[in-house]
Design a protein around this ligand. Structure first.
Ligand code: AMP
Ligand code: DBH
Length: 545
């Protein structure tokens, strides 16, 4: 590996860092410490509920401390990386806090990831352990875990949640069996990397996002303030809990730091989530637009009454159409808050005192006065006010570089340290952001991002595929879906066969193409790149799965 590509963390320039520390933007407090401070303030208030069981803040503190000791007994120590892939259930939060308490850096994988993704994260980070959910059948460790073990011999532990099957010996261990008395672990340095988040990406290999305790905690506090989270907040975690939106905008960590109550929904389906809203008098939750559309479709005459405790519905992750946005107020009877965020940092929110039009038609404005935004043209020059261009941003909680990706960082960040979002936006006079499109090579499939080059790379490994391009197609339900344009030596190559091939390679299901279109050749631009715009404009229906 190139020496320079090995940098785990690109620091902010010292002058900026000193300013952030002096101003108290970076508080010098580690993430677990901030959550645990709540346990001291409101020990007996509910912290996390799951399937009828509730942990108070002090019980959560103790459970996380027990797990920290258990992880330490396994040999994990500050600075080690561990891939964490748990479903929305009761052990997610204690496990996350247990790792953070030790200074172990969790890599937050999503439940949909399979062995291609998990293996890549383990290798990229030289992870010492992989914490995995036991498969549906609960009888065996599951294909993903087994294949990760085979591919990553340096992984020392596979920690199964809740428990490894009886006949599974080392490297398998049970999360539920990791216990130990409270131990005084050394304090965790707040300037160190606290966690590694996943980027939606736009390149052939996945990218990881190092967030420090200081920068992440600032984004949590700024979110709490803008979204008015307090000890009275009851937050329903509907989206995967390892996603930055659910974790920190203000999400699970914001709720806990504010002394509120997180209710974990094992599924986003109204049949599961709505009874939880009624039972726990949930005040706020977060959805992606495609799930909002499902909630609106499911609503009936009594829905407003059933959801009456819900004050705010946050929607983000993908473009929300203004007509759908307007329906939230009447149909669900709550405030809408649009959220435009990215795991790399910048988060924008609409505010409660914005007009309904602003809430429905914009993606909010930056949450921090310290966020810096530039909108630039193809040559990198700022566009005139109100014009469309690519959004560049930097600030106290936006990263300066991806993890071990120096070559990519040289393109993804400007010389002045701005992150190139790849989003095409327009800024309104009031400073609100309107996301109008994208320049990055990515498909946003209902909020789940697909890096087109990553899938193209796999497609080209198929023996009959000579060339492949993955492009976004409009979709009524998901907003966008993925269409594979393929040049093949086999005129009978079918979508199910291609999906089966990619599934066998261990890719998450949402990354498999929704349509296939065979072409004799891919159209090229003047400079010889695949012309994806031309492909998008081909008026074809393609083959659906
Ligand atoms: P990631 O970098 O994977 O965390 O994904 C962040 C990206 O999701 C942003 O750069 C946008 O492309 C997209 N995104 C997030 N929120 C919104 C939103 N409210 N409207 C449109 N796109 C969004
Ligand atoms: O899509 C995202 O990554 C996202 C959306 C809303 C995000 O990271 C966030 C809020 O914090």
């Amino acid at each position: 590996m190139n020496q320079r590509d090995d940098a785990e963390f690109t620091p902010w320039p010292e002058s900026e860092a000193a300013r952030y520390r002096r101003a108290g933007i970076w508080r010098g407090i580690a993430l677990a410490e901030a959550v645990h401070a709540t346990a001291v303030r409101t020990p007996y208030a509910p912290a996390v509920s799951y399937r009828g069981r509730t942990l108070t803040h002090i019980e959560l503190y103790r459970r996380a401390a027990e797990l920290a000791t258990g992880f330490s007994n396994l040999g994990l120590a500050s600075g080690d990386r561990v891939v964490l892939q748990l479903a929305n259930d009761d052990l997610f939060v204690p496990a996350l806090l247990g790792l953070l308490r030790l200074g172990v850096v969790p890599v937050l994988a999503l439940p949909s990831h399979r062995h291609a993704e998990i293996t890549a994260y383990c290798r990229m980070t030289s992870a010492r352990a992989y914490i995995a959910q036991l498969g549906e059948s609960r009888a065996h460790v599951g294909e993903t875990a087994q294949r990760v073990v085979d591919a990553c011999p340096e992984l020392q532990h596979i920690v199964m949640c809740p428990a490894a099957p009886d006949d599974a010996g080392p490297p398998y261990v049970s999360l539920s069996s990791l216990v130990g008395g409270p131990v005084d672990f050394p304090a965790v340095e707040s300037g160190a990397t606290g966690l590694l988040l996943l980027s939606g990406g736009s390149t052939g290999t996945p990218k990881l996002i190092p967030r420090t305790h200081d920068d992440y905690l600032y984004s949590i506090h700024a979110s709490i303030e803008v979204c008015d989270f307090t000890h009275e907040t009851v937050y329903l975690a509907v989206l995967p809990m390892g996603h930055n939106f659910t974790l920190s905008s203000p999400g699970i960590l914001g709720t806990l730091v504010a002394g509120g109550h997180v209710v974990v929904s094992p599924s986003p389906a109204p049949s599961v989530a709505w009874p939880l809203i009624e039972e726990h008098e949930v005040t706020v939750t977060a959805l992606v637009p495609s799930l909002l559309a499902m909630w609106l479709r499911t609503s009936e005459a009594d829905t407003r009454e059933r959801l009456r405790s819900l004050r705010t519905l946050q929607v983000g992750g993908a473009r929300l159409d203004p007509d759908t946005a307007r329906q939230v107020f009447d149909t669900l009877g709550c405030q809408l808050q649009q959220v435009y965020g990215m795991a790399e940092g910048l988060v924008c929110y609409t505010r409660t005192d914005d007009s309904i039009e602003t809430i429905c038609q914009t993606q909010g404005r930056p949450m921090s006065p310290h966020d810096e935004l530039l909108v630039v043209d193809d040559l990198g020059s700022p566009v005139p006010p109100g014009h469309v261009g690519e959004l560049l941003t930097r600030g106290p909680y936006t990263i300066r570089g991806y993890y071990r990706a120096a070559a990519h960082n040289a393109e993804a960040f400007s010389d002045q340290g701005y992150y190139r979002t790849g989003d095409l936006v327009r800024l309104t006079d009031s400073g609100h952001v309107v996301v109008v499109g994208r320049s990055k090579d990515q498909i946003n499939r209902g909020g789940e991002k697909i890096a087109a080059p990553e899938i193209e790379r796999h497609l080209c490994e198929h023996t009959s595929v000579e060339a492949a391009a993955l492009v976004a197609m409009p979709d009524d339900v998901l907003g966008e879906r993925a269409c594979a344009y393929v040049v093949s030596t086999d005129p009978r190559l079918s979508l199910p066969a291609l999906r089966g091939f990619l599934r066998e390679r261990g890719l998450a299901d949402h990354k498999l193409p929704d349509d296939l279109r065979l072409l004799k050749a891919l159209p090229l631009t003047g400079v010889g790149k695949v012309d994806k715009r031309a492909l998008q404009q081909l008026n074809v229906t393609g083959e659906r799965p």
